[in-house]
Ligand binder design. Structure first.
Ligand code: FAD
Length: 286
């Protein structure tokens, strides 16, 4: 089933993102996480792909197969292209087709100074154009309400996002953000730019101080004053910070659900207890 099918009936979708376990033998151990997540009835679960051509990438496909075959949930495979050539991307596409996995989140991938970049694909849109006629795929793309860190300005960012959609991205999943007004402005700008595919907000519940620091350095997400106050007040109180982070994410999601959005993508960080708590709190609003 293609992700676009979930959006055809105008129902709001609920999706989760997980990552493959790092240790070799631990695919088995992810069952505990998947059991809880599957009971929450997501429309799909997306599986991240190791950055910079890491050796973890085949585990992405293994995990996606497990989600599809053992849990009967539609997987979305993240696929990066900057560190692969055409033959390698062909091979990933061949395996996905053979496994009946149709949904690909097409990504350029982050630059990794330790891994040489290949020349075949410079941008996510290059890979979408290349793969479009190579299988019956549905492509999703990434988008950045606060701009991608490499973008010189919002206008060129929007122009390239438009190109990604023209290349064949049928759904856009957003980078995490903590200020809904930034997302609403971005979604409006997408419409003005003629982008009419679903733009799905990505929400990450922030539950500890180290995660907060990582978010600021890695993706440059801005923290609205209301959230900053909570972080400052409770940064040394683990339990309070956890509860406050959960409450903040729930309030963000409820606000989004009451607006004109087409789904919620939850960055679960492979923490099923957090995903369950959030879903229990928002169930009546979906
Ligand atoms: P692109 O769409 O190629 O854009 C990258 C930059 O290039 C942007 O600044 C864009 O404006 C610019 N650009 C695009 N096209 C052109 C053009 N034709 N000419 C000039 N400039 C252009 N990374 C992983 O390694 N693994 C994952 O599993 C993963 N999952 C992610 C999931 C989501 C929902 C998101 C939002 C990000 C994810 N990332 C992941 C991170 C992502 O790989 C990085 O943000 C990466 O730096 C950009 O990828 P992209 O596909 O958005 O790139």
């Amino acid at each position: 089933m293609k992700i676009t099918d979930f959006h055809r009936d105008k129902r709001k979708s609920l999706s989760f993102e997980i990552f493959p376990p790092k240790k070799d033998d631990s695919l088995k151990n992810i069952d505990g996480t998947l059991e809880v997540l599957s009971e929450l009835n997501p429309d799909y679960i997306s599986v991240t792909f190791g950055a910079g051509g890491s050796a973890n990438c085949n585990k992405t496909i293994e995990l996606a197969k497990k989600i599809k075959n053992d849990y009967k949930i539609e997987p979305v495979v993240h696929l990066t292209c900057l560190h692969y050539d055409k033959a390698q991307i062909d091979e990933f596409a061949r395996i996905l087709s053979a496994e009946g996995i149709q949904n690909i989140l097409a990504l350029r991938g982050d630059r990794n100074p330790n891994v040489p970049e290949k020349k075949d694909f410079q941008h996510a849109s290059d890979m979408i154009s290349y793969l479009k006629d190579k299988g019956d795929f549905c492509f999703l793309g990434a988008c950045y309400p606060e701009c991608h860190p490499e973008s010189p300005d919002k206008i060129s960012e929007m122009k390239h996002l438009q190109e990604k959609v023209e290349a064949g991205a049928e759904v856009l999943l957003s980078q995490l953000f903590f200020d809904n007004d930034i997302f609403y402005d971005f979604a409006d700008n997408c419409k003005i730019a003629g982008i009419h595919v679903p733009v799905i907000p990505g929400i990450m519940p922030v539950i500890n101080a180290s995660q907060i620091r990582r978010m600021v350095t890695m993706c440059g997400a801005s923290f609205p004053p209301r959230f900053q106050k909570i972080i400052h007040k409770y940064e040394d109180n683990k339990e309070a910070l956890f509860d406050a982070g959960m409450a903040y994410a729930v309030s963000q999601i409820i606000d989004l659900l009451t607006s004109d959005i087409e789904g919620i993508h939850l960055y679960t960080m492979n923490n099923p207890a957090v995903a369950k708590k959030i879903c229990d709190s928002i169930r009546n609003f979906i």
